[in-house]
Design a protein. Structure first.
Length: 246
């Protein structure tokens, strides 16, 4: 015979679910203090819930103990998603790679989230967890944010990674308006001082809905140059990908 829930148990269950949602929303590395402040939970309650979720393997502590991430059992709470590309789409991405020595990455940007669809195998892939949590510091993230009615809904934490990182709200606003106007995002040394990135949106041919982004990464100083030919290549290949991804 099952035991009925006591008066406090439903509230405790809701709080635990809210903590899990916050880790998903904030991304890997979110701290107990950040979760406590975001959910307006007492720190003691937050720590108790986090310890329980870690013990049950729904969360894990990161190796440097700086924060938390989803654990093995949390993956069982969601339906599997498919980010595989068709052969035709992969061929378009590979063709662009043959035309440049820089890294070429394709990412899904559908539904307000970021997921790598095709990371360049010959170059380091961007950290998707960091990109999801700090999208304003990445070109692909800026493509995503520029498409939102209010970018703040997707950004819970703003911090500097290098002296070049744009963090003031007014400056982020200005940068995203420029991305929306140009259909081009550019970041030069804002996440890593030595690296930069160009990215263009890929939209559905019929409805104009943002579905993906195509990025070209390289040395920050080179990304800061006009690069008209590279931008034209990005736009051309993004146009070829649009009917294959929408």
């Amino acid at each position: 015979m099952s035991t009925p829930l006591s008066g406090r148990q439903p509230k405790a269950v809701r709080s635990a679910l809210h903590v899990l949602e916050e880790v998903v929303s904030a991304g890997p590395g979110v701290t107990a203090k950040e979760i406590s402040e975001a959910l307006a939970l007492p720190q003691a309650t937050t720590y108790r819930i986090l310890n329980l979720l870690v013990a049950e393997e729904y969360l894990v502590r990161l190796p440097d103990l700086a924060g938390f991430a989803l654990g093995r059992r949390a993956a069982r709470l969601a339906l599997p998603t498919t980010v595989a590309l068709s052969t035709a789409a992969r061929s378009v991405v590979e063709h662009l790679r043959t035309l440049t020595r820089w890294a070429v990455h394709l990412a899904w940007l559908d539904g307000g989230g970021i997921a790598l669809a095709d990371a360049d195998p010959d170059h380091p892939a961007p950290d998707v967890g960091q990109m999801a949590r700090f999208p304003y510091a990445f070109a692909l993230g800026r493509v995503l944010l520029a498409d939102q009615p209010d970018w703040r809904a997707l950004v819970r934490d703003v911090r500097s990674f290098t002296p070049h990182t744009v963090t003031a709200e007014s400056e982020i606003d200005t940068a995203l308006k420029q991305v929306a106007h140009d259909d081009l995002a550019r970041q030069c040394g804002e996440f890593r001082e030595d690296r930069g990135c160009l990215a263009v949106p890929i939209r559905g041919p019929r409805d104009g809905r943002l579905v993906a982004g195509l990025a070209l990464a390289g040395p920050a100083a080179r990304i800061a140059e006009p690069n008209a030919e590279l931008v034209a290549l990005l736009r051309d290949h993004a146009a070829r990908l649009a009917p294959l991804l929408a």
